[in-house]
Design a protein around this ligand. Structure first.
Ligand code: KG4
Ligand code: ZN
Length: 348
């Protein structure tokens, strides 16, 4: 099975279907128009990072209010950029979970209202499923089954995607998510919020083998643990206050990437995957991208790396996932609410 030959059950959902996607699950306000689940006609992302940076993390109430202010202009820009009028759309989709409940509600309510006004279906999209579809958007040659390493601020998972909507959880973090570890260590090192991009940058000037930080659970299994690593960084800096921040950042990043890549390769081998895919905000990390691709070349497996803009939260991935969902399940009921704890639907 390839990702380009869907057997869509619903009539009227085809390569011409134009979907407006909306993403407001955390601190990115985003809208995009995607045609046929594949062609990105526009993708607008307004990041609230600057608003939250002075608090050292995302403040939920501030995020919701910012989405209220930003969403209408972001949607308008996405429509103008795509050159379509709202009435020419075939569906409106929004992320309905997981995420911050107030933030999700802004996107969900807006999508439902627009769907009603334009007389088109509303599609509720799972944010995690959307991250999986980000890779498929750019890599039509991808053959299933694939293993997706999904690494974001809230999640660290190894998922087997056997078919569209058919997922198995191969491994996940037992404590902190990888992005959370980057953010906590970044904050501790005084690098500001979000820590991931800041560590990525400063690590370029550091020595990745200066400090041998622990690699938890590296030898076996597909689960992850990052809270011990974060504690090791804190202990090291307390004991060696003179240590170079760049060396600490580079050595920390080296440990995280080592674990992520080792486990992703193991998972791909274990299920006989045809491809290995990276997704989620941490997939924007330069060292992870480099190591991931060379591991795929070494293992003779197709490696798929979405562009950085598609790795971090965006609405193109929401519209792409919505196209598949609309084709298989049809429209979502208008009484679908926001679900902050939504999980990925797994095969029994
Ligand atoms: O997927 P995402 O945009 O939002 C969530 O759904 O969580 O991921 C955000 C996470 C943050 O923890 C951020 O620090 C991390 O992705 N991140 C990075 C990089 N860019 C973003 N981590 C490491 N290196 C990066 N270049
Ligand atoms: Zn995300």
């Amino acid at each position: 099975m390839t990702t380009t030959d869907p057997t869509l059950a619903r009539p009227g959902v085809d390569v011409h279907t134009r979907i407006l996607g909306i993403e407001t699950s955390c601190d990115e306000t985003a809208a995009a128009v995607v045609v046929g689940g594949r062609v990105v006609r526009s993708s607008v992302v307004s990041s609230q990072v600057d608003i939250h940076a002075r608090f050292g993390g995302v403040v939920p109430e501030i995020a919701s209010r910012a989405h209220v202010d930003l969403l209408t202009p972001v949607i308008a820009e996405a429509l103008v950029e795509a050159g379509v009028d709202g009435s020419e759309l075939d569906a409106v989709a929004a992320t309905y979970g997981p995420g911050l409940v107030g933030a999700l509600l802004v996107g969900v309510s807006t999508a439902k209202a627009l769907a009603l006004v334009w007389g088109v279906p509303f599609v509720a999209v799972n944010h995690l499923e959307a991250h999986l579809y980000a890779a498929l958007l750019e890599d039509p040659t991808l053959e299933l089954p694939i293993v997706v390493l999904l690494v974001s601020g809230g999640h660290t998972m190894l998922i087997e995607m056997e078919g569209h909507g058919r997922y198995r959880m191969l491994g996940s973090t037992i404590d902190d998510a990888a992005g959370e570890a980057f953010d906590k260590v970044g904050r501790y090192l005084g690098l500001g919020y979000p820590g991931g991009p800041a560590i990525d940058r400063i690590a370029l000037e550091g020595d990745p083998i200066a400090i041998r930080f622990p690699r938890a659970m590296l030898a076996e299994g597909l689960d992850f643990s990052f809270s011990g690593l974060k504690t090791s960084v804190v202990n090291h800096v307390r004991k060696h206050p003179e240590a170079s921040t760049a060396d600490v950042a580079a050595s920390f990043q080296e440990a995280v990437v080592d674990v992520l890549v080792t486990k992703a390769r193991r998972a791909a081998r274990q299920i006989g995957a045809k491809g290995l895919v990276l997704g989620g905000g941490v997939a924007a990390n330069s060292l992870l991208r480099e190591r991931f691709l060379s591991a795929c070349v070494e293992d003779g497996i197709h490696g798929s790396l979405p562009s950085r803009a598609l790795c971090t939260d965006n609405a193109a991935m929401v519209a792409a996932a919505a196209w598949w969902r609309l084709g298989t399940d049809g429209p979502s009921p208008l009484d679908t609410g926001a679900d902050p704890n939504l999980r990925l639907p797994l095969l029994p």
